[in-house]
Design a protein. Structure first.
Length: 257
């Protein structure tokens, strides 16, 4: 039986929920960077397309003790028994052996949506509509990212094109390893509160590795043992307890934002 090869790096992020104010800058930057088109006029909550969604939940206490928290949720880039990859019949989902990032290959996707059903984090979205932009806005598309066609599943890939650019820059300078400053996803770069920290989780010298080991850090649905590479941190106990719940379901039951 073939054994899975451990990736050379394990890129991930830590999101400080005590800093996040739910502004949505991360989602907007993600859409612009990765050529995610504006919502179709007939799109609904179920048929819209986004690579990152910000959920809001609260502690279910009456005023003045009510407190809210915002959860930016994208693909969690599972590293163990990756559910979406296990069910894909087209090998359209793969783990990059260099970065550990769970990748999505649109040209292989047949749109069966098995991966969406398997993802416990609701972080995959089906492209129901032909991608369209307002007149002349298509001139502002990112030339480094391909536009996906209708009928495929999309998701966060930690801005794969930026990693490719960092690799090319390192090679041009005669280096084998990239400069961590050259690979920063758009969401991390755009966050005005600096609530997101990104880097190689396997590099003990990196800030993201240090933060990921803090006692106030947790991961969503950790009991499923999918080993997500996205970590959350909060000083508040009730926020950390939300990690054991379905945040998307909890948001619809507790509060909409």
């Amino acid at each position: 039986m073939a054994t899975e090869q451990k990736p050379k790096s394990r890129f991930g992020m830590v999101i400080d929920l005590d800093r996040c104010n739910g502004c949505g800058a991360c989602a907007a930057a993600c859409a612009v960077e990765n050529n995610v088109p504006p919502a179709h006029p007939t799109a609904t909550d179920r048929t819209g397309l986004t690579w990152m969604r910000v959920y809001r939940a609260d502690n279910r206490r009456p005023f003045p003790d009510n407190r809210s928290v915002y959860f930016p949720v994208s693909c969690q880039h599972c590293g163990n028994h990756t559910p979406c990859m296990a069910v894909c019949p087209q090998n359209a989902v793969d783990i990059n052996p260099e970065t550990g990032v769970v990748s999505q290959i649109p040209v292989r996707c047949l749109g069966c949506r098995y991966c969406m059903a398997a993802c416990p984090f609701h972080a995959r979205y089906f492209n129901w509509f032909d991608p369209k932009w307002p007149h002349e806005m298509e001139n502002a598309l990112n030339p480094d990212v391909s536009v996906r066609m209708r009928g495929v599943v999309e998701k966060c890939n930690f801005c794969h094109s930026r990693w490719q650019a960092a690799v090319a820059r390192a090679a041009a300078n005669g280096n084998h390893d990239i400069d961590p400053a050259d690979y920063v996803p758009a969401c991390v770069e755009a966050c005005p509160e600096k609530a997101m920290t990104f880097g190689n989780l396997d590099d003990p010298k990196s800030e993201v590795a240090r933060q990921s080991k803090a006692p106030i850090v947790f991961r969503l649905l950790a009991r499923l043992n999918t080993d997500p590479k996205v970590y959350y941190r909060s000083d508040r106990d009730w926020v950390r307890r939300l990690g054991d719940t379905d945040v998307a379901q909890g948001e619809s039951e507790v509060s909409r934002g």
